[in-house]
Design a protein around this ligand. Structure first.
Ligand SMILES: Nc1ncnc2c1ncn2[C@@H]1O[C@H](COP(=O)(O)OP(=O)(O)OP(=O)(O)O)[C@@H](O)[C@H]1O
Ligand SMILES: [Zn+2]
Length: 630
């Protein structure tokens, strides 16, 4: 179109536009906009792939779709819609996962340029590796609310998608999730782990206890127990919300230090009548009996879905109503037990799905910039393909679209695009099994699809189904993978190889991560320093808690310290001050001044110093959010 209008592009560019075959990965919010732009610019040889079908919730911004398209494949409908703008364009559409083996190196090498319009790290990292392997330029993009970003990736010329570490989403200590939740988000995360444990992919994050049905029989996992009991909803309710809680209550030390003890529900609740919830608004908080009914219904419906998969695992999806009902009911039932405020279906869905509203205008701006980058990349004007950022608020020059000064060169230590990729994997070799190495570390964390692993010329993991290795259930040390072992890992599908050096570290507590990955020894050392600092802060905190506990007991009652506090907060009542002290009690901070104080010898000056410190801490402890990824 535009390319055929004389004067819009130089003849050379017109030819490039006409002759370039482009692959678009993703036909969602950004993808629809990009497809329309490409066609209107005059590109006439396009392929588009998306694994999903159209949902009603897509219609507000994915304007190539309408009500009649709901349930149909995004890629096919997007193709049909843009053909109405220009029927002479050659567009091929695929309903499929770009990580599927059909889309191998020979598939990718047919294109002049690939454009990513995806919504998850895993697929982005995979396309990055495929494009590096066949040396095809890639344009990577993403939006989050009003912000967005376009990046150009070319082997040896620019940073690749994995050159720099990506911020990790905020994580919570596993023991808080399993044992001592304090906020609704802890219960939401617990409910998502529970979903995976009962119906999804196995992980290290199991939350429901193993079951010992008879003393003389070995314990079985909650998943095995559920299968044995045919996912009976009443038995499941009793196990998860009564027996598991009783188990926690038996752990005497768990609820010291002002942690809220869970309240055990009486088994008589199991006999209550069904409480309908089907006509309630998503914005309303329901009563306990409605959540019990919702829980039981969701178990039955999800079990039916599980039966249809022929033994495969279910993958949690916020847009599946039964999965969401499971999360909502589990979250609120657990919150109720731990005295945590309940949340509406709407709020829980936003938190569980990490939902930040998608903004059509942000997608449109980013899609426009993608096509500008595409024209520059095709004419090999790489130096002008520096990253462009859409800002939620204007910068000091009043601009919302800002670009980097120059195109960044590749990171020479990148474990993906550098010649000799190496990584250090720190884990407890006595606890991590070969299966966990394969599924959780290589596939889930390092985004591989079909890894093969060798150590000392022995094959440990094979992507070839005919190789019967059967080492999956062994821990790494049992197969002589120990501190100092070097694993050679290849993913021939991604044409990607990396050496993984094993660093053994005993996992002492539940709170420690199951494994950590470092690019080099320097990063590992820095992490150790950080851990030591955190450990010291914890010791100081415990000392502080002891001192305050004594202080609150008798001699140092609030009325006795009033004069000192009164001079700062003279508007406060005694009860206000009691609350102030309590809430500061919770703030974790390094309170060095108290490390060697005697129990009751704490002075008011020291308390004041602590108050100031905890104030500072609160200002800087804002969690950092990860951008553009689920
Ligand atoms: N591995 C993959 N292969 C092919 N397409 C993928 C893959 N992973 C994600 N996608 C597609 O990328 C698109 C991303 O678009 P977008 O971010 O607008 O998500 P959405 O699912 O349409 O919207 P929302 O997540 O907000 O409901 C989706 O259509 C999704 O199906
Ligand atoms: Zn790289």
């Amino acid at each position: 179109m535009a390319a055929t209008i004389v004067g819009v592009f130089q003849p050379e560019m017109q030819n490039l536009i006409k002759d370039s075959k482009i692959l678009l990965v993703g036909a969602g919010g950004i993808g629809c906009e990009v497809l329309k732009n490409l066609v209107l610019t005059g590109f006439s040889d396009l392929e588009v792939i998306d694994l999903d079908t159209i949902e009603v919730s897509n219609l507000n911004r994915q304007f190539l779709f309408n009500k009649q398209s709901v349930g149909k494949a995004k890629s096919h409908v997007a193709r049909e819609s843009v053909l109405k703008f220009n029927p002479n364009v050659n567009i091929k559409s695929y309903l499929g996962n770009i990580m599927d083996q059909n889309y191998d190196a020979s598939f990718f090498s047919r294109f002049k340029l690939v454009i990513n319009a995806l919504d998850n790290k895993k697929a982005r990292a995979h396309v990055n590796r495929m494009c590096l392997s066949v040396d095809i330029p890639l344009i990577e993009s993403g939006t989050m609310g009003y912000s967005g970003q376009v990046e150009f990736i070319k082997k040896g010329v620019s940073l690749c998608y994995e050159c720099l570490p990506k911020p990790e989403p905020k994580s919570y200590p596993m023991c808080t999730i399993r044992n001592t939740p304090k906020e609704p988000i802890h219960c939401i995360i617990w409910a998502k782990f529970l979903f995976n444990q009962l119906f999804g992919e196995s992980s290290l994050d199991d939350v429901s206890m193993e079951v010992n049905e008879k003393d003389d029989l070995p314990k079985i996992s909650a998943r095995e127990w559920s299968i044995k009991n045919n996912y009976d909803p009443t038995k499941m309710f009793k196990k998860i919300f009564i027996d598991d809680i009783q188990y926690l209550l038996n752990m005497k030390d768990l609820f010291k230090n002002k942690r809220t003890e869970p309240i055990l529900m009486s088994e008589s609740i199991l006999k209550e009548d069904y409480a309908d919830y089907s006509h309630e608004s998503d914005l309303k908080i329901l009563d306990l009996f409605q959540y019990i009914s919702m829980f039981k219904d969701s178990i039955v419906k999800i079990k039916n879905k599980l039966d249809l998969t022929n033994g495969k695992n279910l993958v949690w999806d916020k847009d599946d109503d039964d999965f969401m009902n499971f999360i909502v009911s589990c979250t609120n039932l657990r919150s109720n037990i731990f005295g945590i405020p309940l949340k509406s279906h709407f709020d829980i869905k936003s938190m569980a799905g990490n939902i930040i509203p998608a903004i059509a205008t942000a997608n449109a701006i980013i899609a426009g910039q993608i096509v500008i980058h595409a024209l520059r990349a095709l004419s090999k004007n790489y130096e002008r393909c520096q990253s462009v950022f859409l800002r939620a608020k204007p910068n000091h020059k009043g601009a919302i679209l800002v670009k980097d000064k120059k195109l960044e060169s590749p990171n020479p230590n990148c474990f993906v695009c550098s010649v000799h990729g190496e990584l250090i994997l720190r884990l407890d070799t006595t606890r991590i099994t070969v299966r966990q190495l394969d599924e959780l570390i290589l596939k889930k964390k390092l985004n591989m699809v079909l890894p093969d692993v060798m150590a000392d010329n022995r094959i440990l993991i094979s992507s070839n189904e005919d190789d019967e290795l059967d080492l999956y259930s062994f821990s790494l040390n049992k197969i002589q993978v120990v501190h100092g072992s070097r694993l050679k890992v290849d993913d021939y599908f991604q044409n990607y190889s990396v050496i993984i050096m094993i660093h053994h570290k005993e996992k002492a507590t539940d709170e420690q991560p199951d494994f950590e990955i470092f690019n080099n020894m320097e990063d590992l050392r820095k992490r150790d320093e950080q851990l030591i600092a955190e450990e010291n802060a914890k010791i100081v905190q415990e000392t502080y808690d002891c001192v305050i506990e004594e202080f609150e007991k008798d001699d140092y009652r609030v009325d006795k310290v009033k004069p000192t506090y009164g001079s700062i907060r003279n508007e406060q009542t005694d009860t206000d001050m009691m609350e102030t002290i309590d809430s500061e009690h919770e703030v974790s901070d390094a309170k060095e001044s108290l490390t060697d104080s005697g129990d009751q010898e704490v002075s008011n000056e020291e308390i004041l110093a602590l108050k100031r410190k905890s104030g500072n801490e609160e200002e800087t402890s804002e969690p950092k959010k990860s951008r553009f990824d689920e």
